[in-house]
Design a protein around this ligand. Structure first.
Ligand code: GLA
Length: 401
C-alpha cells in the first residue's frame, strides 16, 4: 500500500466512523502489520528518568520474566531519553554514554529472555533532556539501531520545535504540521531502509491532531497528550480526555495516552485500577512505568489482570469510547472480536457513588452474561440496568457475553 492509498484509507475511516479498522488498514496491507495489538512492555522514563542505565534495563528484563509479566504479554523493554553520548564519532555515528557501555550486548541480553528492546531519539538536534537527537543523521541513526538489534523507536519532537519556530511555524500551525509529517516520514523511511522491523512510536504531544495523520507517516502509535504524572488528576485528565478519538485507532496504528504510572506510589488501588481499566478500554499501549524489580503484589496484580489485558489486546482493535455521563460518572464501552462488549463504569468523584447503568447504551443485550473483571465474579443486571456502587475515583469493569 503506498502513501496515497493509505491516505485515502485514512480519509475513509475519518469520514465514515463505523468503517471496520481491518478495511481501513489491516487487510489492505500485504506485509504483516507491526503492532497488530497495542504494544505492551516497560518504559524507563516515569520511574528512572535520567537515572536509567544498563543495569536497570537488565534488571527490568529479568523482572518482566520472573514476575510473570512477560507471560501476561509485556514484551518491550524501552530505554527512554538519556542514553546518548554528547558527541558523535568521526563518521557521524551516534554513540552511547557511559551508562550504556555496549548497546548491542544489552540487546542480545534482552533478546535472550524472549523480549524486545526499544530506544529513544528526537527529530531535532537535541532530545527533551538535552541529549543528542537525530536531525541530519536519520538514516545513520536508524542503521545504528538496526545494527544493535533495536525493535522499537520512540521519536520525541522536543528539539525539533526550534526548527519549526525558525521556519515561522508555531506549535499548532499548518506549516509546523507539514514539518512534523515530513520529519516522521523521514525516520519511518530510514527505518524501512534498514530492513529491520521496528515499531515507530511518535511523541509530539498530540499536536496538529496527529491522530488524523500519524498512520499515514508510518507511525504505529502516537502520543495524543502531554506527559502523564503519577497523580489521579493528571491520569484522569489524559485518559478521559481521549473521548472521541476511537475511530482513529486500529491494528498497527494506536492512540497513545502515555505510559502507565501503576506502582509508582502517587495513586491508591482504586485509582490505579481506573488507570489500567481506562487504558484497556482505550486500546492504549500498556507500557509499565514503575520499578519492576521492586513491585508490591498489589501492583503486580493490577498490571497482570489477564481479563483486563484481554480487553486491551482484543484482536478486533476497536478502541472504546464514552457512551453516557452523569456528572462525575462516565460509562465507556468497547466492542470485542467475539461479539462481547467491555463496559466500564467510572466514578470521577472523590467519594463512592451509586449509579444505575443502562447497559443498552453500551450495546449490551438484555440477556447477556456479565462478569466483573476486578472482583472476578459474575454479576446480574435487572431489565438491562446494572446497579453499581462505584468506589471514589474507582471503576466497575464488566465483560458482557
Ligand atoms: C518528553 C516526553 C516524555 C519523555 C521525556 C524524556 O517530555 O514526552 O515521555 O520521553 O521527554 O526527556
Amino acid at each position: 500500500m503506498n502513501v496515497s492509498h493509505l491516505r485515502s484509507a485514512l480519509l475513509l475511516c475519518c469520514l465514515i466512523p463505523l468503517t471496520p479498522a481491518s478495511i481501513c488498514f489491516g487487510q489492505a496491507r500485504s506485509a504483516p502489520v507491526a503492532a497488530p495489538t497495542p504494544p505492551m512492555g516497560w518504559n524507563s522514563w516515569n520511574h528512572f528518568a535520567s537515572k536509567v542505565d544498563d543495569a536497570t534495563v537488565r534488571a527490568s528484563a529479568d523482572a518482566l520474566v520472573s514476575s510473570g509479566m512477560k507471560d501476561a504479554g509485556y514484551i518491550y523493554v524501552n530505554i527512554d531519553d538519556t542514553w546518548e553520548a554528547p558527541e558523535r564519532d568521526a563518521q557521524g555515528r551516534i554513540q552511547t554514554n557511559k551508562k550504556f557501555p555496549d548497546m548491542k550486548a544489552l540487546a542480545d541480553y534482552v533478546h535472550s529472555k524472549g523480549l524486545k528492546l526499544g530506544i529513544y531519539s528526537s527529530p531535532g538536534d537535541k532530545t527533551c533532556a538535552g541529549y543528542l537527537g537525530s536531525l541530519g543523521h536519520e538514516e545513520q541513526d536508524a542503521q545504528s539501531y538496526a545494527d544493535w538489534g533495536i525493535d522499537y523507536l520512540k521519536y520525541d519532537l522536543c528539539g525539533f520545535r526550534k526548527e519549526m519556530k525558525a521556519q515561522g511555524g508555531g506549535d499548532d500551525s499548518a506549516k509546523s504540521e507539514q514539518m512534523m509529517e515530513d520529519a516522521y516520514t523521514k525516520m519511518h523511511n530510514a527505518i524501512v531502509k534498514t530492513g529491520r522491523p521496528m515499531v515507530l512510536s511518535m511523541c509530539q504531544y498530540g499536536w496538529g491532531a496527529v491522530w488524523r495523520w500519524g498512520a499515514s507517516v508510518g507511525g504505529n502509535l502516537w502520543r495524543t497528550t502531554g506527559d502523564i504524572q503519577d497523580k489521579y488528576a493528571s491520569m484522569a485528565n489524559i485518559g478521559f480526555g481521549q473521548a472521541g478519538l476511537s475511530r482513529f485507532a486500529g491494528p498497527g496504528h494506536w492512540n497513545d495516552p502515555d505510559t502507565l504510572e501503576v506502582g509508582n506510589g502517587g495513586m491508591n488501588r482504586e485509582e490505579y485500577r481506573t488507570h489500567m481499566s481506562l487504558w484497556a478500554m482505550l486500546a492504549a499501549p500498556l507500557l509499565a512505568g514503575n520499578d519492576l524489580a521492586k513491585m508490591t503484589p498489589e501492583t503486580l496484580s493490577i498490571l497482570t489482570n489477564k481479563d483486563v489485558i484481554a480487553i486491551d489486546q482484543d484482536a478486533l482493535g476497536r478502541q472504546g469510547d464514552r457512551v453516557a455521563t452523569e456528572g462525575p460518572l462516565e460509562v465507556w464501552a468497547r466492542p470485542l472480536a467475539n461479539g462481547d462488549r467491555a463496559v466500564a463504569i467510572f466514578n470521577r468523584e472523590g467519594r463512592a457513588m451509586s449509579y444505575k447503568a443502562d447497559l443498552k447504551l453500551a450495546g449490551v443485550k438484555s440477556q447477556a452474561h456479565l462478569r466483573d473483571l476486578w472482583e472476578d465474579k459474575d454479576v446480574v443486571a435487572a431489565n438491562g440496568e446494572y446497579m453499581a456502587v462505584v468506589p471514589a475515583h474507582g471503576v466497575i469493569l464488566l465483560r458482557a457475553h
